[in-house]
Structure formats: C-alpha cells, structure tokens
Ligand binder design. Sequence first.
Ligand SMILES: [Zn+2]
Ligand SMILES: [Zn+2]
Ligand SMILES: [Zn+2]
Ligand SMILES: [Zn+2]
Ligand SMILES: [Zn+2]
Length: 203
Amino acid sequence: MFDQLKAAFGKAKCRVGAHDGEWTYVADGECGMRMVCRRCGVPQTRTTHRYGDWRYTGADDDCAASRTCRRCSHAEHRDRHEFGSPVYVRDGSCEVMKVCQRCGEEDRGLYFREHQFEAAYLDEHIDSVEASDLHRIPNHWNLRKCDAAVLCVRCGALKEKGEVTVLAAHLWSDWRPGRRGGSARVCRRCGKNEARRPGADED
Ligand SMILES: [Zn+2]
Ligand SMILES: [Zn+2]
Ligand SMILES: [Zn+2]
Ligand SMILES: [Zn+2]
Ligand SMILES: [Zn+2]
C-alpha cells in the first residue's frame, strides 16, 4: 500500500516537471546537461554554465562588467553598480537614493522613503506641513506656542492617519515659592505661569 502511494506521488511529481535523477554534463567544453528520470525514464536537458567572478571591463568609473564560463567560455555582460548607503535627495524632502560609488548612477524609489518622526513643536514645523494635511491638526490656525505633535522633522509629514494628537509641551522651570505660601513655575518657551496651593504634591 505504502509503495503504491509513493509511486502515485512520484508520478504526480513527474507530471509537474519535478523529475528525479542525476544531472551530468554531456561533453567537455560544453554546458549542456542531461538527466534520465529514475521514475518515468524520460530524458531531460538543461544548460548550466560555470561562471567565474564578475570583472569590470572598462575604466574605474564604468560599471560594465562581464563573467566567463569556465567550461564553454560563454560570456555574460551586465552593469554591476556599487551602490552606497541611502542618502537624502535634498533638504526638506524625505526622498532618498543610493548612488553608485563607481559611476554615479542614482537609484531612487519610493520604497526608500524614510521619515524622521519625532515629537516636535508645531510652530517650528507648521510651514512644512502639506496644505492638504493642515485640517488634521486641531486649531492649526490658532496654535499655542508650546503645542507639539509627532511629525517628520525633515518634510512635515504627519505620523498619525486621522486627526493629529496635539499636546502642550511646556519647558517648565523648577517650582519656586509663590504667593500666599504656594509655589509657582513658568514655561521657559511660552511664558505660561502655573501656580500651586500650599501643601499640593510635587509632580
Ligand atoms: Zn520523471
Ligand atoms: Zn558554459
Ligand atoms: Zn555604477
Ligand atoms: Zn519626512
Ligand atoms: Zn510653554
């Protein structure tokens, strides 16, 4: 029973081209190979070159390269660029590219786009936010100086998809003695004052 099952599976594999056998080269100096399937007996052929390493064929700033088959001398030609790490295309944009260190070829693509999302003060970045995105920032026409949100500090892209979360990020001074025995602190950025009654917990 098991052997029958195995044979049935074997036939199915042969039908989809997954034959079973040893590939051998037909002749010296040629790359044609032949295999006779152990299961179905049908001979198969293919060509498999044995290439050496790629070598540049032109000047130092030319990326044309070739490699040669050690068996049949068949040569394959291709540009072999040596791209460096991604770099930004320009300031104020997050589009990045890779530049070939030999010939200067630029490889660009949306798949390389990398934003630098950070919590940032909106008054410093609102000008770089796309006009079509502004409506997603609550009160964008009347921002307070310390309002902050997470956005890309290079291009102004907003991280959140819908309405953006805006938080007041004050740069508070230490608490100092204030009026009537309480304490007070002031924001070093926007000048906002905050007072605390006597005996309230420190934060
Ligand atoms: Zn077969
Ligand atoms: Zn060959
Ligand atoms: Zn190149
Ligand atoms: Zn960006
Ligand atoms: Zn403030």
